[in-house]
Design a protein around this ligand. Structure first.
Ligand code: FAD
Ligand code: DHB
Length: 385
């Protein structure tokens, strides 16, 4: 079995890469260990940078995104019992769009299959050779070898690609908290996202549609989800979002809940021989800055351009620059995500001095145009270079 690019992982990075390569006439096979239903319903990110929506739209998979995505022009920082709007579009000229990762994955799977693409679910990669190059995978029919020109390691944080890079340098940071995320059948209580800092901890009000809300609560990393019945979740959210002017949080049936650990992680370099790492396989950000999915999209956009140049002209210049170009962007997102996380969460070990500093920092971002602009330009995403 042979293809030009073997793609390990059918998350947003692997599926989008396969689609972008197909648009350029380059063949690929996507090998995904989970089944189709699982990858299409795994609740994760929801906030897309303009650069991300541009890539989807320009490559011809933006039709439903344009119909159902919710374009946002600002966000709210809420602390001290009051809201403070950050006017993202006024400050940067750019917008962000709420459109769930589950929907992007569904759109990409449907499109790859309609275009005759080779996307294999329940096909687990167990080994790879970055110089041959080839990947070995197992599916219901047995063990197979896929020969290729290049391998894209888009298999997330727990995949097999990253360990195949010798001499990798890894940089990481753990946080003393996690996010409890819920999806609820209730109209959002807000038009724009609310990032709340409260003595009880951080909370985020996001949304999925005019009738579905997505909310997150800072919890301890060893929290047991069984200890969070619906009433406790709603009470805690209401307490953290409370304002002095009596804002109310609409409540409804919770349809999905999970706890996500928070970490920062970067692996360098993102290439070994013919193997290229992309997305969560190479870097993880805490979700506060909404950067994880957007970084995965920018990595594979850079990789697709580099492979297009390689197959079109024979030049490997862009492939040689891939790791540095992606790491530059990844480190900016790492810093922003770390900054947003420490600005908004309550570290259980923080002293009163540190809490006062945090409050001063929040006040500064809420009142200084320069500080708000710095948040805004990172949040909407820096241009792809
Ligand atoms: P993934 O989506 O992880 O896809 C990797 C794929 O590879 C998976 O489908 C996996 O099954 C497959 N795979 C793994 N090993 C193998 C193998 N050996 N063979 C074949 N296939 C394999 N970001 C935000 O911005 N906001 C959020 O709220 C948010 N919430 C998140 C919640 C969770 C629980 C997680 C894990 C991440 C969250 N993220 C969030 C981050 C964002 O969802 C990721 O950055 C994004 O999914 C990265 O896409 P990816 O394609 O690189 O990796
Ligand atoms: C969502 C998730 C985030 O991490 C974030 O910062 C904003 C929105 C979401 O799931 O909608």
């Amino acid at each position: 079995m042979r293809t030009q690019v073997a793609i390990i992982g059918g998350g947003p990075a692997g599926l989008l890469l396969s689609h972008l390569l197909h648009v350029q006439g380059i063949d690929s096979v996507v090998l995904e260990s989970r089944d189709r239903g699982y990858v299409e319903h795994r609740q994760r990110a929801g906030m897309l940078e303009q650069g991300t929506t541009d890539v989807l739209r320009d490559s011809g998979v933006g039709e439903r995104l344009d119909r159902e995505g919710l374009v946002h022009h600002g966000l709210e920082l809420r602390f001290g019992g009051a809201g403070h709007r950050v006017p993202l579009t006024d400050l940067t000229g750019r917008t962000v769009t709420v459109y769930a990762q589950t929907e992007i994955v569904k759109d990409l799977v449907e499109r790859r299959l309609a275009d005759g693409g080779d996307v294999r679910f329940e096909a687990r990669v167990v080994d790879l050779d970055a110089s041959a190059p080839s990947v070995t995978f197992r599916d219901a029919t047995g063990t197979h070898i896929l020969d290729c020109d290049y391998i894209a390691g888009c298999d997330g944080f727990h995949g097999v690609s990253r360990p195949a890079v010798p001499g990798l340098r890894m940089f990481s940071r753990e946080y003393p908290f996690a996010w409890l995320g819920i999806l609820a059948d209730v109209p959002p209580s807000t038009d724009e996202l609310i990032y709340a800092n409260h003595d009880r901890g951080f909370a985020l009000h996001s949304l999925r549609s005019p009738s579905v809300s997505r909310l997150y609560l800072q919890v301890s990393p060893d929290e047991d989800i069984a200890a969070w019945p619906d009433a406790r979740i709603w009470d805690e959210l209401a307490a953290r979002f409370a304002t002095d002017d009596g804002w109310t949080l609409h409540q409804g049936p919770i349809t999905d809940r999970s706890i996500t650990p928070m970490r920062s992680f970067v692996a360098e370099p993102m290439r070994h021989d013919r193997l290229f790492l992309a997305g969560d396989a190479a870097h993880i950000v805490p979700p506060t800055g909404a950067k994880g999915l957007n970084l995965a999209v920018s990595d594979v956009t850079v990789l697709a351009r580099a492979l297009t140049e390689r197959y079109g002209t024979g030049s490997e210049t862009l492939l040689d620059g891939y790791s540095d170009a992606c790491l530059r962007r990844a480190w900016r997102a790492e810093h922003f995500s770390y900054w947003m996380t420490t600005l908004l969460h309550v570290d259980p070990a923080a002293t009163q001095f540190e809490r006062r500093l945090q409050r001063s920092h929040l006040d500064y971002v809420a009142t200084s145009k320069a500080a708000a602009t710095s948040l805004a330009e990172n949040y909407v995403g820096l241009p792809l270079t």
